[in-house]
Write a protein that binds this ligand. Structure first.
Ligand code: 13P
Ligand code: SF4
Length: 330
């Protein structure tokens, strides 16, 4: 008969119970395992602090894809969300790609279901498809060029002016790109629940209370917020802007996890996380990004599970649009 203790241990081993295993030093064990298995840990800026601190490389989604494309490690542990690990797998079909929690999805990627997108694309056969990296492999396989918020403007500008474009799936990034590039693109109506949760009224109140402060925002935020932002850019763009700006105080409109790296890189700056509409919600935290924990990172390195897989034919198709992006980003 299974005792309660055995059942608990089993759930913990599978990563279903996030209880710190007594006596396990996660930092020490993760360091030992990654060396033993020649594994590389890639982490996004939205991961919890401890994961960012132990990662071999921390970056935005473009830099993480570039790292994945050139790694010589046997195992890639992707401390991020599913579409990021899936992109790493497409770039490395023969390597093992692990994601500490397979349920770490993305509301933006979910807002673009493949069947609906295929039907939409069919209605506009003359359009070239540019998709944000926050999409499933199925969407990437229907895409001509993938982009991230770091290179989207450059990629749109590289397309001949008379070529009609579908941009998917983020309506806010899409509208921002239309303004920046002057291109009249057809937009998919998707969005990120984290970046749409910011309160413009509370942000403007904070701005009035902090003379000299600058509002900076990720382009997945709503148009009214991007309009009042002094700087709009990807996570790495935001980090860099805080470093080079002469301002002392910043109201930061993106997932709060980025403040960890921002504090490390700009210790003399005052960083205020942008408030959200709902006072009872921790909405500026990406619930999916935060599904990964140090315990799950340790367990996934130990058991080499859960593994991200992509069906071979689909992977081959999706690779074309990712490689075009990497080529255009050099
Ligand atoms: P970056 O490409 O700027 O890192 O953004 C990824 C993301 O998921 C933003 O929500
Ligand atoms: Fe997706 Fe938004 Fe989370 Fe980024 S912050 S991973 S876009 S749900």
């Amino acid at each position: 008969m299974t005792t309660l203790e055995q059942a608990k241990n089993e759930l913990q081993e599978k990563g279903f119970l996030d209880i710190k295993t007594p006596g396990i030093d996660y930092v020490k064990e993760i360091n030992r395992l990654r060396k033993e298995k020649n594994a590389v840990i890639l982490a996004h800026y939205y991961q919890e602090d401890a994961i960012q601190d132990i990662a071999d490389f921390v970056g935005d989604s473009l830099a993480l894809a570039q790292q994945a494309a050139k790694t010589s490690a046997d195992i890639i542990v992707f401390a991020g969300v599913h579409f990021m690990a899936e992109t790493a797998k497409i770039l490395n079909p023969s390597k093992k790609v692990l994601l500490p929690d397979l349920k770490a999805g993305c509301s933006l990627a979910d807002s673009c279901p493949p069947d609906d997108f295929a039907a939409f694309k069919k209605l506009h056969p003359n359009h070239l498809v540019v998709s944000y990296v926050n999409t499933s492999a199925e969407i990437k396989s229907m895409t001509d060029i993938v982009c991230t918020s770091s290179n989207a403007e450059k990629i749109i500008n590289s397309i001949p002016k008379d070529q009609p474009i579908i941009f998917a799936p983020d309506r806010n990034l899409g509208a921002w790109l239309i303004k920046k590039t002057g291109r009249d693109m057809l937009l998919w109506d998707g969005a990120c629940m984290v970046h749409e949760a910011f309160s413009i009224d509370k942000i403007l109140k904070l701005y009035a209370e902090n003379p000299g402060a600058e509002i900076i925002a990720h382009p997945e935020s709503k148009e009214h917020l991007l309009k009042v932002a002094k700087y709009v850019g990807s996570t790495s763009g935001l980090l860099n802007y805080v470093k080079i700006s002469k301002a002392k105080t910043f109201i930061v409109a993106t997932e709060v996890g980025i403040l960890h790296k921002m504090r490390q890189e700009s210790p003399d700056k005052i960083l205020i996380p942008a408030p959200v509409d709902d006072d009872n919600c921790n909405c500026s935290e990406c619930f999916y990004m935060k599904m990964n924990t140090m315990q799950k990172l340790y367990l996934c390195l130990k058991h080499e599970l859960p593994e991200v897989t992509v069906e071979a034919a689909l992977s081959k198709k999706a690779l074309v649009s990712i490689e075009r992006m990497l080529e255009l980003s050099k």
